[in-house]
Design a protein around this ligand. Sequence first.
Ligand code: ADQ
Length: 459
Amino acid sequence: MRRLVIVSNRVAEPERQAAGGLAVCILDGLLERGGVWFGWSGDIVADESGIGVSCTRRDNVTVVTMPLTERDYAEYYLGYCNAALWPVHHYRLDLARFTQENTEAYRRVNERFAEELAPILTKTDVVWAHDYHLIALAAGLRSRGVRNRLGFFLHIPFPPPDVLMAVPEHEWLVDSFLQYDVIGFQTKMDQSNFCRFVCEHAGGEMISDDTLRAGGRIVTVSAFPVGINVDAFAEMASSAEAQKRIRWLHRCGEPRLNIIGVDRLDYTKGLPDRFRSFKRFLELHPENCKAATLMQIAPPTREEVKAYCDIRHELEALSGEINGQFGDFDWTPVRYVHRSVPRDTLAALYRGSQIGLVTPLRDGMNLVAKEYIAAQDPENPGVLILSRFAGAAEDLQEALIVNPYDVDEVAQAIHKAVIMPLEERKQRHAALLAKIREHDACNWMASFLRALDAPPIPM
Ligand code: ADQ
């Protein structure tokens, strides 16, 4: 088996429990196959004189990291990645900010990654780069003579051509994508948006369902839906420790209706609309007052970007408003926890909640939806309410699929979940469980690597 080299913006240390979905998936696969993980260490140094590569080995994984300069952090990471590409890819042109400095920083950091990575590679390595931070990495490697198989997986959505065209350098971005040999997307819709752009605006043509000819290259373009390790999560949710936590959650003795939401505090996750939907549910179905609690766990992220501060303030105001209007001495309708929570606690919280509310306005996949399903007791499962705009909805159609912008529709879905008979809950859950098993983390890694390990398709 050829050595695998993973490249991602952030490198998660093998023993650390990372909060992001990306790190959890990759680490499991890399530990199994062995290889190199290359990326930013998370450190920030004053200027380029402080940049050096450091290398450590843990088990069969070599971790190679480098810091960013203060300027790179501001312009490349916060500026281009998180204030330009992230909003555009989530269809939020109103929040996107473009400056030439930030674009230059993106090119510079991708070049620097290529410069440091190229000498480490052996001729037979396969390289797998992750996510929107590294779209231009392959071009940097190619210009340094690297001929290895290069793969890229985009964890976030790929927008339709009209939206992408708002990025001033969109043609350069798409050309950069095409320097990879395999490009993976979360959903068929993302795959189709990318292929449409290449065929309609970049002179490309499809030569099979998942093969593009463009810019003198043949590129495999396919959907590889990300998944979770279902059994590990289910075990965590049914452990004796988890049972204790669930009893604590239900400690009031009377039947409680727990609704759970777990998301990084990001404007793409639809949290204000979710809170408004819960409020609407209480207005439309007041019989649930004193019984229903929405527990929203939302750890902070990217707080240096203004849009993230705004969403935080909006949510704090909304939860205060709902609790002020509906709450009582013995009932807090919204419990809003603004921090990271250990994974085993999360698993117990999912299992102890009768409804999982996953309502992003746009999401690449959304692993929380899959974790919620995996954590349920198959004999008495809860109900997943899922946004039609999460990548997960392409497959998980047995959830209650909702339009997250429609507060009334989501409120009605909560009510439908509350009164859903046990038999229907069991049927829906069994179908969903089978699907998340079919597309679990192992299958995701294996199917992408099969495409990457395959011999090149002749021109
Ligand atoms: P994220 O946007 O981070 O990932 P998601 O897929 O939901 O979104 O993954 C979040 C992960 O973080 C989950 O495993 C969840 O359990 C964990 N998490 C969230 N809040 C937490 C908390 N308070 N404490 C502890 N853990 C917490 C990006 C894309 C997604 C895509 C993933 C993987 O935006 O669309 O599904 O990558 O490809």
